[in-house]
Write a protein that binds this ligand. Structure first.
Ligand SMILES: [Zn+2]
Ligand SMILES: [Zn+2]
Length: 265
């Protein structure tokens, strides 16, 4: 397979396909849709999953990239979507990918991009900065969905230059004070919740390596192992408090939860 595209940006280590496609389209003067179609990747619903179901080595060759550029990302998504867990593994809004982000990582990256683990629901903290992952733009509260193409993002759809900008309001996503895990008092984050936070790394590691070890069982598939962790409540699920909830004063958090509960009844 010959190289067909020149000057295409390289994916960062573990960069999610949608993130790379957004940057790649901008670097080639193409729209996101045009690049997806040219590569034969469906541009509807979950582009990350659509991409990893393709022959990624062929895509790498056509873009002049090393053959193994997408191998690990492909494996993570393939294992991730095959898991039979109660809770959704991948973050989505109406079938479209959604991402969390670490404000400090996003601020410090040379080229802002979204790694694959920011798509996974159990990944709730950044292990480099020991802070909670953020769920929404701190300025306009929009969910972070990279499928709004960069050329159409920002105010009045005039476009954004970097993925560290919110695709709705155009402001920098990382301009928010991080919630450091070590600064949270015990009444805000129990010992079990702290263990669930830490288990996000074990979860992704199991998915990436395709195996799990357990001192009590000799053979344990990733699916079985993660199902067991989920059954024992050791994985952060959808009800796990967000960074915004833990950032609020405790009294306000309790009041809001009470009123939400009353509303449901
Ligand atoms: Zn970080
Ligand atoms: Zn915004």
């Amino acid at each position: 397979m010959n190289q067909e595209l020149f000057g295409m940006c390289r994916p960062d280590f573990l960069e999610a396909p949608t993130s790379w496609l957004c940057r790649g389209a901008a670097s080639q003067g193409l729209t996101f849709k045009e690049l997806c179609r040219w590569l034969g990747v469906g541009d509807r619903n979950d582009v990350d999953v659509n991409f990893t179901r393709k022959d990624v080595r062929k895509i790498a060759a056509r873009c002049g990239l090393p053959p193994s550029s997408f191998d690990l990302v492909q494996r993570i998504f393939c294992v991730g979507v095959s898991l039979r867990l109660q809770n959704e593994v991948l973050l989505r809004v109406e079938k479209m990918p959604r991402y969390r982000f670490c404000p400090l990582c996003l601020r410090d990256q040379t080229t802002p991009n979204f790694p694959v683990h920011w798509r996974f629901n159990p990944w709730r903290m950044c292990y480099t900065h020991e802070c909670l992952m953020e769920d929404r733009c701190p300025h306009c509260r929009a969910a972070v969905m990279l499928q709004t193409p960069m050329e159409k993002g920002g105010p009045q759809g005039r476009g954004i230059a970097f993925l560290s900008q919110c695709s709705c309001c155009g402001d920098l996503l990382w301009k928010t004070p991080p919630v450091f895990v070590g600064s949270l008092p015990l009444h805000r984050l129990s010992m079990l919740d702290a263990a669930r936070l830490r288990n996000g790394c074990a979860f992704l590691s199991a998915v990436a390596h395709g195996r799990m070890s357990n001192p009590f069982c000799k053979a344990l598939s990733v699916d079985q192992g993660l199902q067991m962790m989920e059954r024992f409540g050791l994985i952060a699920g959808p009800g796990f408090p967000t960074a915004d909830e833990l950032r609020k004063p405790f009294e306000l958090f309790v009041l809001e939860h009470k009123s939400q509960h009353a509303g449901v009844q």
